[in-house]
Design a protein around this ligand. Structure first.
Ligand code: PAF
Length: 277
């Protein structure tokens, strides 16, 4: 694999090879990222992975400061799965934002619910960085994890709004052996919180089973109660929504593609997860 520290290096390493696959990341890579990278490698002769911790998507300074960073470990891991011509793009902040980015995106209701409501400005920052990265990398295919289901919907909307000629591929959640969804933030969990966290996925699976006999409101209540029983976990929201609009559904037959989306505070760390009903 090759490393590009700036856009000039990226362009000269890329040459004219097409189609280009692209996986944007903030580093602290785990098996969830590797599944995106492997898929990109499978589908394209040239894969670009960016590693950039984007300050504009953090609405909490401490979260930005504490975000895990281990570039050398990430590079070592990527070297094992990338081919010789694939590129890891590690831009400096001034490369992405030569001037402050003041753009405000109108994602409609998509950034006003769930994560958007709980992390004001977060998706606008994601829109800023991803649109810049798409312009610099100019990919044909891009790969995002379904763990961040709302982010995936925002990216699809961004691509449509800005008419960016890229296909967005969503990839299934990768889980630890005890069911916890893989996340860079898992490594920040305290011992007790980490031990308690698998109940999130367990409760989501139970929620899916409950669908057969309970109304949506009851399923929501039971799921939240089950998780909140742990002294180390506190549910921020659990919404049962339509996959495309992400709007809450009131009855099981209102949509064919229903997802349960959850955010849980585990000590200082926020964990998100989702499941298809
Ligand atoms: O999902 C992430 O890691 C980030 O939000 C992304 C898409 C790399 C933008 O910074």
């Amino acid at each position: 694999m090759k490393i590009a520290k700036n856009t000039k290096e990226l362009n000269s390493l890329k040459g004219n090879t097409r189609p280009v696959g692209f996986v944007p990341t903030m580093g602290a890579l785990h098996k969830g990222h590797f599944s995106l990278v492997n898929e990109a490698v499978r589908h394209t002769p040239l894969t670009v992975i960016s590693i950039f911790v984007n300050p504009t998507q953090f609405n909490d300074e401490n979260d930005l400061k504490n975000y895990p960073r281990d570039l050398q470990k990430d590079l070592n891991n990527l070297d094992r799965i990338l081919r010789e011509n694939d590129i890891v793009y590690v831009p400096m902040e001034k490369e992405i934002y030569p001037e402050p980015d003041n753009r405000i995106f109108d994602f409609g209701h998509l950034d006003k619910i769930m994560e958007g409501k709980n992390r004001p400005g977060h998706f606008n920052g994601v829109g800023q960085v991803v649109s810049v990265l798409f312009r610099l990398v100019n990919p044909d295919l891009t790969f995002f994890g379904e763990k961040d289901l709302q982010q995936l919907a925002i990216i699809r909307k961004l691509v449509e709004m800005l008419k960016i000629p890229v296909s967005v591929v969503g990839m299934p959640i990768v889980r630890e052996s005890d069911g916890l969804a893989m996340s860079s933030r898992n490594q920040l969990l305290g011992k007790n919180e980490r031990k308690a966290a698998p109940v999130i996925y367990k409760s989501l699976l139970e929620a899916v089973n409950l669908r057969k006999k309970e109304k949506i409101e009851i399923v929501k209540e039971k799921t939240i109660r089950q998780i909140n029983k742990s002294p180390y976990l506190s549910v921020e929201y659990f919404e049962i929504v339509d996959e495309t609009t992400l709007l809450p559904v009131k009855s099981w037959n209102e949509s064919t593609d229903i997802y349960g989306c959850i955010a849980v505070k585990a000590g200082e760390i926020r964990l998100i997860d989702n499941i298809k009903f």
